[in-house]
Ligand binder design. Structure first.
Ligand code: FES
Ligand SMILES: [Fe+2]
Length: 336
């Protein structure tokens, strides 16, 4: 159960927009099989996701230009097109109308908006840019996903009343790991940015059941909508994490966990469950904070805080109309 919201959305003082310029995961690949049609609410829009007979996923604006039916509610796949449930108009993945039952000609304005789609790591992404620019980076393949040397993914999903930057900033918020998540001391973070990408190596002191150890996590983010966390050691695991804005105030955060099969089968099943359970337990500790906090654009920081200013500088490039950051920007000094 998520904690009740006490802070009104207009009090949250967001100094950044709800919809970043980025690749945004809108579904898992297994959510949409060949010939399937799915209604998606994302980025403040209604969309239709479908997979044609050629196996390729496509995403269009949902409302039919004829008389406004939702293509994702009752629509069907016809070849590599989606057919409107109301009067049977068909649209291909470029959004062009390709067939109208019994009509002698297709009106030139019979067109719906089409989204640029990438399918990688068992995830379906759309490219979002309020200014309509073409993608300027790509989501990397994580070869372990789909490899027979790793377990099949366990999936998790959480709906949260917040915006994307709050979630991602959490990873660099060094001091909260001690106070909120109960780590024995704040982790050591090595945060580096490179254009639309950041990497962060995190050495996390861990104490559970009387056992003390240091867990090394390698986190890599590409844009505002994709992060991969790799856990090293004798139980290697990988977590994908992808926030999807539904509207200006709500995101769905999707996670997938896989574990190396170098472990014996019983141990790897236990580790997969433990990693997923631990990730979600810690995530749920953040949720009431996110849902009830405000944004402090000029925070009062101290020496125990992580690279919050450098993170926000990096995140600014995903705001509407912002120019993409140059690769390897000079780090901004953190306030002492
Ligand atoms: S509303 Fe879609 S075909 Fe008429
Ligand atoms: Fe957290």
């Amino acid at each position: 159960m998520l904690t009740a919201i006490r802070t009104r959305d207009d009090e949250k003082n967001y100094d950044f927009g709800p919809y970043p310029t980025s690749w945004i995961q809108i579904a898992w690949s297994h959510d949409v099989g060949r010939g399937d049609v799915k209604a998606i609410r994302a980025l403040g829009r209604e969309l239709v996701l479908f997979r044609g007979e050629d196996g390729r996923a496509a995403v269009l604006d949902a409302y039919c230009p004829h008389l406004g039916a939702h293509l994702g509610v009752g629509g069907r796949v016809a070849g590599n097109c989606v057919r409107c449930p109301f009067h049977g108009w068909e649209f291909d993945r470029s959004g062009a109308c390709t067939a109208i039952p019994h009509a002698k000609r297709i009106p030139s304005r019979a067109q719906v908006g089409a989204w640029t789609v990438r399918e990688v790591n068992g995830q379906v992404f759309v490219w979002h840019d309020a200014d309509g620019r073409a993608p300027w980076f790509e989501i990397p393949e994580v070869p372990e996903f789909g490899s027979s040397a790793w377990t099949r993914p366990r999936y998790y999903e959480t709906t949260i009343r917040t915006r994307w930057r709050e979630l991602v900033e959490n990873g660099v918020d060094r001091a909260h790991f001690f106070a909120l998540h109960g780590f024995p001391e704040p982790p050591e973070l090595d945060f580096r940015t490179d254009g639309p990408r950041f990497t962060m190596q995190s050495r996390v002191p861990w104490r559970r059941f009387g056992i003390e150890r240091t867990v090394t996590l390698d986190i890599e983010a590409h844009g505002a909508g994709f992060a991969v966390t790799r856990g090293a050691g004798e139980a290697p695991f990988i977590v994908l994490g992808c926030p999807m804005p539904i509207d200006a105030h709500t995101i769905i955060h999707r996670q997938a966990v896989i574990v190396s099969k170098t472990l014996p089968p019983l141990v790897r099943a236990a580790v997969a469950r433990f990693v997923g359970w631990t990730a979600m337990r810690e995530f749920r500790r953040d949720v009431p904070i996110w849902q009830n906090k405000v944004v402090v654009p000029r925070p009062v920081l101290c020496d125990v805080d992580g690279p919050i200013v450098r993170f926000r500088t990096w995140a600014r490039q995903f705001e509407p109309s912002a120019a993409p950051a140059a690769h390897e920007p000079a780090p901004t000094a953190e306030p002492a």
